[in-house]
Write a protein that binds this ligand. Structure first.
Ligand SMILES: *[C@@H]1O[C@H](CO)[C@@H](O)[C@H](O)[C@H]1NC(C)=O
Length: 322
């Protein structure tokens, strides 16, 4: 999709979201496009030096630390701010100066991750907390300050405020995370090394763009041979192995609902390259806890002419280009 088209989508999104509210935005819009446009806007504002203190909008994306204040200008019933940090950071959020009326149905909820079109990132299977534990609800909290620390580099806040002039402030801080597990990429190109040292857990690196992914290094316990398995039969290659890498493609953010594009279960270097023509592309490292597993990959945005012409829904070639 061209830059011009994305810019148009952004304008569409902004006018739509101010007119119809966030719920419809979540339900009906092409989430990845919308998010990415918001993210680009957030990064542009940063580069213009408009940083530490600013008003929060009803639909917003925050990519910097800072102090953000929301004041309702009219009843605003479906608002959300997406917050993103660098891959090796987690996010601390704290509410202050809250003036809302919980008894009238106002609320402010912090979520550990992102929710989009009803799907969660990280997926419920991959997150250390139970789904209900991932919400911090201002209205049901008894603590003197309502604060939350995310488990990965993304978090969000939902709010509904009926009375004009009610509102709150939000302090966003970023903290170093020495062992990042689930990650949402801020950029459609870059490189990353994911490590899981002797832990029984699964980690996903999510890129909300169609990209080409190139695995440049993979170390999974025992080294055997180079081999990539495009998924033809049911998991012939790696199903018996407790440690492997899967490439997933899909149009939502929940990795458990995405389609496997390829899997890789042998250590090697200089190996696989794959184009994934979906809105969301994921590198997922599955780890039994018996080994130190490490995967390094590079990714870049697919050009317009590299995108699949028609998106067929058959599992075999869904999102796979070439
Ligand atoms: C990791 O993923 C694999 C395959 O998807 C699954 O069998 C395993 O239970 C998962 N491990 C954890 C700790 O969730």
């Amino acid at each position: 999709m061209s830059v011009a088209l994305r810019a148009q989508l952004l304008l569409c999104l902004i006018s739509l979201s101010t007119r119809t509210g966030f719920t419809r935005y979540i339900e009906e819009n092409d989430a990845a496009d919308g998010l990415y446009s918001l993210l680009t806007l957030a990064q542009k504002r940063e580069s213009e030096g408009f940083i530490f203190r600013r008003p929060l909008r009803c639909l917003d994306m925050l990519a910097t630390e800072g102090y953000f204040t929301f004041v309702a200008s009219r009843p605003q019933l479906a608002c959300a701010a997406f917050i993103i940090a660098e891959p090796s950071e987690v996010i601390s959020l704290e509410l202050s100066d809250v003036s809302i009326d919980c008894s009238a149905g106002d609320f402010i909820k912090i979520f550990d991750g992102w929710v989009l079109k009803g799907e969660k990132f990280p997926s419920s299977y991959d997150h250390p907390l139970l789904p209900h534990e991932r919400y911090t609800d201002y209205c049901s909290s008894t603590a003197p300050t309502v604060a939350s620390r995310s488990s990965q580099n993304v978090a969000m806040i939902f709010f509904r405020i009926h009375s004009p002039d009610s509102g709150f402030s939000l302090t966003v801080k970023k903290l170093h995370n020495p062992l990042p597990c689930n990650i949402m990429s801020q950029s459609p190109e870059g490189s990353f090394t994911m490590v899981i040292p002797h832990q029984r857990r699964n980690c996903s690196f999510s890129i909300i763009y169609p990209v080409e992914i190139r695995l440049t290094d993979l170390s999974l316990g025992e080294a055997k041979s180079n081999e990539i398995h495009p998924l033809k039969q049911m998991w012939s290659g790696c199903s018996g192995s407790g440690d492997f890498v899967e490439l997933l493609g899909g149009n939502g953010v929940d990795t458990s609902k995405m389609f496997p594009v390829a899997d890789l279960c042998f250590s090697s270097s200089g190996l696989a390259q794959m184009k994934i023509g979906c809105d969301n592309s994921v590198v997922r490292l599955v780890s039994s806890g018996n080994y130190i597993n490490r995967v390094t990959f590079q990714y870049r945005l697919l050009d317009q002419n590299e995108l699949p012409k028609t998106r067929e829904n058959s599992l075999d070639n869904f999102c796979t280009v070439e």
